[in-house]
Design a protein around this ligand. Structure first.
Ligand code: SF4
Length: 304
């Protein structure tokens, strides 16, 4: 199937038509949403569900409407404002990206994928997503939802194989409409379809706009025989939980926090020590004087 072949054209046009009627009203889809807003939202959405991202995103953009506004702050303020979004290194990367955009791009989020890839914390997916959704460039964008739709509708299997940039981008390119605007809409539409209709469990095939094209459905939903990716480790009792407790304490305290307050957070001293050392090594915490801890200050620069 190629972008110009009738089956690909039909599939793309059906998904786009469905999207225009059914898309959720989300901040990054509204008229006038900025490229900076798109970059922030993509960082937040990397590992956090939409419902938790939306309120935090709106607060973030109200406080820091441009990259320069965030770049003026210390990285610690970004970590503080990140709050419960999880995986807080993203806040540090986003702050570092704001500094780079301000210093090297005149405060304007770049539109070129290579320039975007050079920003701290920006990987292939995020670079493409910003170029497409903020600037309307024509690129394939492949996230988990799109990989699942392609696996089912095109490859005829319930779950995608482990991610492969070349294979996934080739498969999406084969479906991408020729015009920039239609391609951008198609990328967004496929993501939405995977998020709300072609869900990982219980796909809603009865309302799916491409059910007539779907290879997995057409084959009678054969059972999956491949390898599923590993299940994420439990959060409760993990080092991630302990790191989260320490960070929550540092967020509350605007002055330096003493070691005794940290020691009171968790009964396992070795695990606590490991978590604290990890936060210091990652640049998420600082120790300006021995035994006193804070969020990172202005002199902090995250290490890749
Ligand atoms: S018909 Fe069902 S399985 Fe196929 S793409 Fe649509 S929702 Fe997914």
């Amino acid at each position: 199937m190629t972008a110009e072949s009738p089956p690909a054209r039909d599939l793309a046009s059906d998904v786009r038509a469905w999207y225009r009627q059914n898309k959720r009203d989300l901040p990054w889809r509204r008229q006038g949403f900025t490229a900076w807003g798109t970059l922030v939202s993509e960082f937040m959405l990397q590992q956090t569900p939409v419902v938790r991202v939306v309120p935090r995103l709106e607060q973030w953009l109200e406080r820091w409407p441009t990259p320069a506004d965030l770049a003026r702050e210390s990285p610690g303020e970004a970590v503080r404002a990140w709050e419960s979004l999880g995986y807080p290194r993203r806040a540090l990367w986003l702050h570092a990206a704001a500094v780079t955009i301000t210093k090297q791009h005149g405060g304007v989020v770049p539109r070129d994928v290579h320039d975007l890839l050079a920003l701290p914390g920006v990987g292939d997916y995020t670079a493409r997503a910003v170029a497409v959704f903020a600037y309307g460039e024509r690129h394939p964008v492949v996230d988990t939802n799109i990989r699942r739709v392609i696996a089912r509708a095109i490859a005829g299997v319930e779950h995608p194989s482990p991610p492969s940039a070349i294979r996934d981008l080739t498969a999406m390119t084969a479906l991408l409409p020729e015009s920039d605007a239609e391609a951008a809409e198609f990328n967004a539409a496929m993501m939405e379809l995977g998020a709300v209709v072609c869900r990982a469990s219980s796909p809603r095939c009865e309302v799916c706009p491409i059910r007539a094209h779907c290879a997995w459905r057409g084959a009678g939903y054969p059972a999956f025989t491949g390898t599923r990716r590993a299940v994420q480790k439990k959060y409760a009792g993990s080092d991630r939980q302990v790191r989260g407790l320490i960070l929550a304490l540092l967020r509350e305290e605007h002055a330096a926090t003493g070691r005794e307050s940290i020691d009171a957070l968790w009964p396992d001293a070795a695990q606590l020590e490991r978590a604290l050392k990890g936060l210091l090594a990652d640049g998420l915490a600082a120790e300006p004087t021995p035994g006193r801890f804070t969020l990172p200050g202005h002199d902090h620069a995250p290490q890749p």
